[in-house]
Write a protein that binds this ligand. Structure first.
Ligand code: 2IT
Length: 448
């Protein structure tokens, strides 16, 4: 049996009941075949694959908190510190009811490769809780964040592990988490978290970074194909921070955003989501209602209850910005049928392995999330630099660095593909490029 199959099989046996984690392990390891074949003895000797799929540690803890009515609750908190070969653990915190160990591990594993691609010194980690922020008051969120940090503080630090936001964790939550950390430690160590407010060490452009970066990366992909964003139509899912940043940048570059989605369904705006309608996305998110139908009611466009845009709306480009596994094989078949040419994955692992294989086999060009959404964590890395140097860069400086990083990621991918004599397969190229740096660092640092 090949080294890769051996490790996939052993990992599946050791991690029963972790479908999301096994999905990314299979997808990533299988695409590393060209690298492993070239250096199999070396990688086997250093147990590189066995060590890559086993997190350094997985912390699970109790988070008790009291709601506004005085009723007590207990949630589960997580921090998975996956790999710190190239820098301190770095990755977001997700608050969502469907968070479990498998979801945390898939995100931490992906993060290790993504952070490597940014070219900044950051290892991979992820955390969060099955707490549902929807419909909670500010005081409830604050009490929850204080309780969560009451355990998390002992595991993190500017040179140890630097959490940030993810779904359900935005500027408000990061503010409360930082307040709790500062209170517990009695020190002002703002390099311990990123995504902070501007008044206490946050970076300009961090809120825009994931959506902007995703669009910059896609621009590179289109340039490679001899095309541009101008005049292209886009279907987005989600209506949070990431979809907002993407909509802003796509419209600035002359593209048209046709759809947004929420847990309740999707909206189709034939005139394009633009101008003040993009600002309204922020209002919708801040309302805590979690309903995209509000957009259709306000602007009089179509709303499709309980559906996603995938396969239902024809566009040049699909950009999922909501969740893992939102594009399944049925959706992939419809996409091919109606002639969608590009899938620019923004949310982490939005496509099932089966759908991904089908799309690639049928000529859809897929740009993988670990490259496309790396702008978010990249600007988090820039926030860490600004904090450690005690200075603040202008929006234009951060944006220019972000553009350079996204261009650099595309170049690393095409360089890796060239090195292995492969075609323009961005999924494989991103895994191969991300892997190389982490594996080299692990070998150099010895078996630990
Ligand atoms: O998935 C991700 O890369 C994030 N949620 C951002 C992580 C970060 O540390 O900014």
């Amino acid at each position: 049996m090949s080294y890769i199959s051996e490790v996939i099989e052993a990992t599946a046996l050791k991690n029963p009941g972790e479908p999301e984690f096994m999905q990314t392990v299979k997808e990533v390891l299988e695409s590393l075949a060209p690298a492993i074949e070239q250096n199999e003895a070396l990688y086997r000797k250093h147990c590189i694959l066995e060590r890559l799929v086993e997190p350094d540690r997985q912390i699970i803890f109790r988070v008790p908190w009291t709601d506004d009515k005085g009723v007590n609750h207990v949630n589960r908190g997580f921090r998975v510190q996956f790999n710190n070969a190239i820098g301190p653990y770095k990755g977001g915190l997700r608050f969502q009811p469907n968070v479990n160990l498998s979801v945390m591990k898939f995100l931490g594993f992906e993060q290790t490769f993504k952070n490597s691609l940014t070219s900044l010194p950051m290892g991979g980690g992820k955390g969060g809780s099955d707490f549902d922020p929807a419909g909670k008051s500010d005081s409830e969120v604050m009490r929850f964040c204080y309780s969560f940090m009451n355990e998390l503080y002992r595991h993190i630090g500017a040179d140890t592990d630097v959490p940030a936001g993810d779904m359900g964790v935005g500027a408000r939550e990061i503010g409360y988490l930082f307040g709790a950390y500062k209170k517990i430690k009695g020190n002002y160590e703002n390099g311990v978290l990123t995504g902070k407010g501007l008044s206490f060490g946050g970076s300009l452009i961090r809120p825009e970074a994931t959506g902007f970066g995703a669009t910059y990366f896609f621009n590179e992909v289109l340039a490679h194909q001899g095309e541009t964003i101008k005049g292209k139509t886009f279907c987005l899912s989600g209506f949070g921070n990431v979809a907002w940043g993407a909509a802003l940048k796509i419209t600035q570059l002359g593209g048209k955003v046709l759809t947004l989605s929420g847990p309740d369904g999707f909206i189709l705006d034939e005139d394009g989501v633009s101008g003040e309608k993009i600002d309204y996305m922020l209002e919708m998110r801040a309302s805590g209602r979690n309903k995209v139908q509000d957009y259709a009611d306000k602007y009089g466009c179509k709303f499709f209850a309980g559906k996603k845009p995938w396969g239902n709306v024809k566009a040049d480009v699909y950009m999922p910005c909501a969740m893992q596994n939102e594009i399944r094989i049925e959706d992939a078949k419809e996409m091919v049928k109606i002639g969608v040419k590009y899938l620019n994955e923004v949310s982490n692992m939005p496509t099932t392995n089966e759908a991904l294989a089908y799309l690639q086999a049928n000529g859809v060009l897929v740009a993988p999330s670990k490259a496309v959404n790396a702008g978010g964590v990249a600007v988090s890395g820039l926030e860490m630099s600004q904090n450690s140097e005690r200075l603040a860069w202008s929006a234009a400086e951060v944006d220019a660095k972000l553009q350079g990083i996204m261009k650099g990621i595309h170049k690393q991918i095409t360089d890796a593909l060239d090195a292995y004599g492969m075609d323009y397969n961005l999924v494989a190229g991103a895994n191969l490029a991300g892997f190389k740096k982490v594996a080299d660092a692990m070998i150099a640092q010895g078996l630990y």
